[in-house]
Write a protein that binds this ligand. Structure first.
Ligand code: RB5
Length: 146
C-alpha cells in the first residue's frame, strides 16, 4: 500500500521509527513532516495528509502527536476520513474490521515505540469485515454528504 505518515514535535521520534518499520513491512511510505523536534502546530500536518488520503493519493495515513488526540480531531473533520486514535492492539484490529478506518492516530507521549509498531502492523494488515458494518459506514458517509 501507499502510506503517508506525519507528526508534530510530540510525535516526531515515534514517526521516524514507524516510517522505517512500515518500509520493512513492504509498503511505500511518504514522510509529510515534521522533520525535527522544533515546536510546530499539529493541524498543519494532519490536514494535508488527510486530504491526500481522502483524494486517493495514498491508501492510508498515520498521524502521531503527543497524545494523538489533536491529530485525530483534525483528521475526523476531513470529509472521507475515518480516523481511530489507538493505544492498544485490539482497538487497532477492531477499528479496521468494524470502522474501515483509513487514518490511524497515536500518541508519542502515551505509548512506547514497540506498542506503536505493533498497532501499526496490525492496523495495516487487518481487512474491513464489511457486512453489517458497511451499513454503519454508509450512515457516516450520508451524514457527511448532507
Ligand atoms: C503539543 O505540545 C501537543 O499538544 C500535541 O502534540 C498533541 O498532544 C495535541 O493533541
Amino acid at each position: 500500500m501507499k502510506i503517508a505518515i506525519a507528526s508534530d514535535h510530540g510525535g516526531f521520534a515515534h514517526k521516524e521509527e514507524i516510517r522505517e518499520y512500515i518500509k520493512t513491512l513492504g509498503h511505500e511510505v511518504e514522510d509529510m513532516g515534521c522533520y525535527s523536534t522544533d515546536s510546530v502546530n499539529y493541524p498543519d500536518y494532519a490536514f494535508p495528509l488527510c486530504e491526500k488520503v481522502a483524494n486517493g493519493e495514498f491508501d492510508r495515513g498515520i498521524l502521531v502527536c503527543g497524545t494523538g488526540i489533536g491529530m485525530s480531531i483534525c483528521a475526523n473533520k476531513v470529509k472521507g476520513i475515518r480516523c481511530a486514535l489507538c493505544g492498544d492492539v485490539l482497538s487497532a484490529k477492531l477499528t479496521r474490521e468494524h470502522n474501515n478506518t483509513n487514518v490511524l492516530a497515536m500518541g508519542g507521549r502515551i505509548i512506547g515505540i514497540e506498542t506503536a509498531k505493533e498497532i501499526t502492523r496490525v492496523w495495516l494488515e487487518t481487512e474491513f469485515t464489511g457486512g453489517r458494518h458497511q451499513k454503519r459506514i454508509d450512515m457516516i458517509t450520508n451524514y457527511e454528504n448532507k
